[in-house]
Design a binder for this molecule. Sequence first.
Ligand SMILES: [Zn+2]
Length: 181
Amino acid sequence: MDRALVVPGEELGTAEEYEASGYAYSNNYRVLSSAIGIAHFNRSLHVVHVAPLKHHYYPTFNDVVRCIVVSITSRAAIMRCFAVEKGERVAYLKYPVTGIVPSIFSGEHSIDEAVGIGDVVRGRVVSRKGPPFTVSISGFAFGVVSAMCPRCRGHMRRKGNHLHCPRCGISVRRKVSILYI
Ligand SMILES: [Zn+2]
């Protein structure tokens, strides 16, 4: 049985493929989810059941998120967003979601100069739909908040708009947040 995190309005299949169960419903020969939840696809019984997430935190427009960079191209960084800030608190997501930082939202740098793979980034959700969410790291409080050395995996220290590895001595340019730990 396959499982997937689904959001309201997400298409789960056609009415020919699945009978809707739980928080799934059918509309116009399509089966959709009415909740943020986990969809269980039972292909042998032709049933899709959506169980809503309880006490979930799920990013929405304008939320501040914490994400780990997983890949970078010249146009965008792809991240796994694992937490949402709720006031003073950081709420961890039960199911990480994909966030994308397009180059235009990277602040002063092009995106491949702004972040590195494995960096922990603080950003703001600027899309009303998702996942994937569009995330901006523009602004002094946004950008890289924690990073490991790409060479020796030591914790990098902030030096202005660079990160410096005290263990092996290398320095890399980043879009560093003032909240860098
Ligand atoms: Zn190092």
